[in-house]
Design a protein around this ligand. Structure first.
Ligand code: FES
Ligand code: FES
Length: 212
């Protein structure tokens, strides 16, 4: 083995042998820095402004103390355990987080919980009643409207509001209403079919499990 080759190996071996130590050594300041950061976060959390809001969530009156910085999505998911409302973009672009505020579709990620004070919030958890899917949910099942399903709860909430005001929508009306609800799986045709089918069936149109 040449002298040069020996030097290369020994350099590699040295780096391999010390790599873990180097990583630990370089990570140590970062790990140490996280401790005061976490403490600071906890401390900050105890000092941020808080407000008590009264909301009606899926028909149930709730009185909750919130931090003023919480969004409706955070209130629902992190503090009421209603994780059916999904967060996709978290910046008002995808519609995955759509809920109904006073019966109208709204992006839960882009509305502060404080703004919901005194209002009704309807989420996908409130659509089924007595273990029965709402007619719209049933139509989604029958038409294979969900693929991965991540956008589905938002699509359902927007469509629920549409059907409440337009019981028998045309495909064009459904597409227009759902324009703010993106589907990464691009299953739009089946989603539209499902909503039209829900509206076209007598007795389904009122969507009793949805907007109140
Ligand atoms: S998560 Fe709210 S609009 Fe995308
Ligand atoms: S079903 Fe996957 S994002 Fe719509």
């Amino acid at each position: 083995m040449s002298k040069k080759r020996k030097q290369e190996i020994s350099r590699r071996e040295f780096l391999e042998g010390t790599g873990a130590a180097v990583i630990v050594a370089s990570a140590a300041p970062a790990l140490a820095a996280q401790v005061p950061a976490a403490s600071a976060a906890a401390s900050e959390s105890s000092t941020v402004p808080r407000t008590t809001v009264r909301v009606i969530v899926n028909g149930t009156p709730r009185q909750i103390e919130i931090e003023d910085r919480w969004t409706v999505a955070e209130l629902l998911r992190d503090h009421l355990g209603l994780t059916g409302t999904k967060i996709g973009c978290d910046r008002g672009e995808c519609g995955a987080c759509t809920v109904l505020l006073d019966g109208k579709p709204a992006y839960a990620c882009s509305n502060l919980a404080a703004w919901a004070d005194g209002r009704t919030i309807d989420t996908v958890e409130g659509l089924a009643r007595g273990g029965q899917l709402s007619p719209l949910q049933q139509a989604f099942v029958e038409h294979d409207a969900p693929q991965c399903g991540f956008c589905t709860s938002g699509q359902l909430m927007t469509a629920t509001a549409l059907l409440a005001g337009t019981p028998h929508p045309t495909p064009a009306q459904v597409r227009a209403a759902l324009a703010g609800n993106l589907c990464r799986c691009a299953n739009y045709n089946r989603i539209v079919e499902a909503v039209v089918a829900a509206g076209s069936t007598t007795g389904r149109a009122t969507q009793a499990g949805g907007a109140q």
